[in-house]
Design a binder for this molecule. Sequence first.
Ligand SMILES: Nc1ncnc2c1ncn2[C@@H]1O[C@H](COP(=O)(O)OP(=O)(O)OP(=O)(O)O)[C@@H](O)[C@H]1O
Ligand SMILES: [Mg+2]
Length: 217
Amino acid sequence: MTKLTNSISLSLWGKGGSGKSTTALALASLAAAEGRRTVVLDADPQRSASAWYHSSKTPSFAVHSTEVAAVPGLLGRAKARYDLVIIDHPPARYSGSSQIAQSTDLSLIVARPYAFDLTLALEWVGIVQRAGAEPLVALTAAPPLRLGAMAPAVGGARARLRQAHATTWAHQITNRLIYPDLIGRGMTIADLPETTAARADYARLLTALCDKGASNG
Ligand SMILES: Nc1ncnc2c1ncn2[C@@H]1O[C@H](COP(=O)(O)OP(=O)(O)OP(=O)(O)O)[C@@H](O)[C@H]1O
Ligand SMILES: [Mg+2]
């Protein structure tokens, strides 16, 4: 576990269906399992994170529904109360979106390693950068490594992101049926044993983000 002295806020961006809500819930559950007070601000009118929260019997973190435009105003209070504040942004751009990118400590763009996702991910990179922040891109629902080697789709995606000078997480969240299955049962990643590869994917991402948060100040 990376030591965080300050509370951090993390915004999640990406194409529809790229894995924002799954990632928000996964990271929140792992942070809560480490003893961090955590909240997900569900700014998506689809309310996926909120629906999960209501279906969960024992949520270890809070989910608060809000509007995109209200998020910047909520951040100060949320950070005073929680160690980690995760914003689940909708797939489309809203008038308050840039202000969220501007006011959160970290911006994570999630993308499946395929053409349409990457196009949108690079658009979000531009939006977040123009707001003055430096986003990290993480590949999600990626084909598994085979004998430690990345699948051609992942290699191609990384090359495209590199070419566009997008900072990309070195690891990946693999495509695993256990993720939708857990969410559908009101559970999440922290309900998996610590030794499982499915849990390790998100745990590694959380560590990378906390390291980035700590080095940003
Ligand atoms: N790593 C993964 N492996 C397999 N399935 C995944 C993975 N990540 C997400 N999914 C599934 O993909 C679908 C979309 O995921 P999710 O709802 O998290 O995306 P989203 O970006 O929040 O979508 P939206 O833009 O609609 O809010 C869901 O059914 C989810 O369970
Ligand atoms: Mg979502």
